[in-house]
Design a protein around this ligand. Structure first.
Ligand code: ADP
Ligand code: ZN
Length: 427
């Protein structure tokens, strides 16, 4: 399925889409109401091209019909509930049938396989195991492959490292911010990843990260670091995954259809253009999603990948329409600032953006941790580094900011998704 011809894939997608839309229309009142309002009948939807006539779903819909108002299967067929970690606002939940758990496991098995996992591997799962989909997703995928799973869940870094070493974990699944923190701690403990550990690769996702951060993690842990994307509403992690070519994430298109739209007009955009990512599930039965607006911004490409997979790829998430900061009228994504900080000498990529409004003008303060060596350096040198970073940020994001270099380890570490922004303007 991962190497199927695009024509064949489109045929399968069209059939599955038609069946899913029919199921939604018949079983979920809100889908029926919205399709009626849009003047679309299930029989109008026969191919992927017809997708554009269907109404969108939003996160607010999951809140409004919380918890079971969007189920397309009888409640007794639901075998699992997961919920979003609530990065933005109140949590939402999704119900999974046995089929949905199976499909998701398959997507995660592909994900791990693409990063090099086989049944001989030992997979350390450091994503939280709980309502959050990260931990269970990684566990199910590794289990499906027949690999050995260490379901550590998040937290207790010293213990994570001890188990990693003692059990000889070969693959790691966690957020990129935690992977970098694990890498730093390993180095501080004097552990040599090449000699003392068996790690070869990791699947890192659940939050935005940059190419610079990838290189840092790869150097710290001496592994291949692959990006992995997912969201609770669609399945969980594994909706899309990078192969070892590391050139974008292959989308599991036999289970979901991806579109890029203009976030203001809602119109489809061609491949190659940045816009909002929209997913339609075509095999999910418990809580299928029609044109779900992710608010994540990226591009799509169906260009050939050297790995042989024909599944289209999504580029790195450059931000979310809802975490995009508009500062003095300029769009700023935390990832732009991260790309400056990861490459810079004298600082560690642990940062916090503090946005405020002073005398009706927006201000941006960038707090960045110094490295230990830098911390003990001369005031003049520290000031030079600060000026350099200030200039770099100005040239990348286009606005002036106040850069503040803070002591090593003074910015809180996250074991799950990192919090990078404090926007005091909303208070
Ligand atoms: P939320 O973060 O909204 O509470 P989830 O836990 O379901 O909900 O997380 C899904 C969101 O996490 C995605 O919509 C996306 O913004 C972010 N995300 C997941 N994987 C990645 C990734 N590889 N790169 C960037 N962002 C990601
Ligand atoms: Zn590939």
């Amino acid at each position: 399925m991962e190497c199927i011809s695009r024509d064949e894939l489109h045929k399968i997608q069209g059939e599955r889409l038609a069946a899913t839309v029919k199921r939604e229309y018949e079983n979920v009142p809100v889908y029926r109401e919205r399709m009626d309002a849009a003047g679309v009948k299930p029989e109008d939807i026969r191919s992927v091209e017809d997708l554009q006539y269907l109404p969108f779903m939003e996160k607010t819909d999951l809140r409004d019909y919380y918890p079971f108002g969007l189920l397309a299967s009888p409640q007794e067929e639901i075998v699992r509930i997961h919920g979003s970690s609530g990065t933005t606002g109140k949590p939402i939940v999704s119900g999974y049938t046995r089929n949905d758990v199976d499909v998701w496991s398959e997507m995660m098995a592909r994900t791990l396989t693409a990063a090099g996992a086989t049944r001989g591997d030992i997979v350390q799962v450091t994503y939280g195991l709980g309502l959050f989909t990260g931990g269970f997703g990684a566990y199910q995928g590794a289990d499906r492959i027949g690999a050995m799973v260490i379901p550590m869940s998040s937290g207790n870094t010293q213990r994570q490292i001890m188990m990693m070493k003692d059990l000889g974990a070969t693959m790691l699944c966690c957020t990129p911010s935690y992977a970098s923190y694990l890498g730093e701690t390993i180095r501080e403990m004097g552990i040599d990843p090449k000699k003392d550990l068996k790690l070869k690769a990791g699947c890192f996702g659940a939050e935005p990260w940059t190419e610079e951060m990838r290189q840092r993690i790869e150097q710290l842990l001496e592994i291949d670091a692959c990006d992995i994307y997912g969201l609770t509403e669609i399945a969980g992690p594994g909706v899309a995954f990078e192969c070892l070519e590391k050139n974008g994430m292959h989308i599991n298109e036999d289970h979901v259809i991806a579109e890029i739209i203009d976030p203001t007009t809602g119109k489809q955009l061609p491949y190659g253009m940045h816009g909002e990512l929209v997913f339609t599930t075509i095999t999910k039965t418990g809580m299928p999603m029609m044109r779900y607006r992710t608010h994540d911004i990226c591009t799509l490409t169906a260009d050939k990948c050297a790995c042989g997979r024909t599944l289209a790829r999504m580029g790195r998430i450059v931000g979310r329409t809802d975490d995009m900061l508009v500062i003095r009228g300029v769009n700023v994504f935390p990832s732009q600032i991260e790309s400056v900080l990861v490459g810079a000498d004298g600082v560690a990529p642990h940062y916090m953006l503090i946005v405020d409004r002073v005398n009706s003008s927006d201000t941006l303060e960038v707090q960045v941790e110094m490295t230990e060596e830098m911390f003990g350096d001369t005031v003049a040198h520290i000031e030079n580094v600060r000026k350099y970073i200030t200039a770099q940020i100005k040239s990348v994001v286009g606005i002036a900011s106040k850069v503040k270099l803070v002591a090593p380890k003074s910015i809180p570490r996250s074991e799950g998704k990192a919090k990078r922004v404090i926007d005091n303007r909303k208070l």
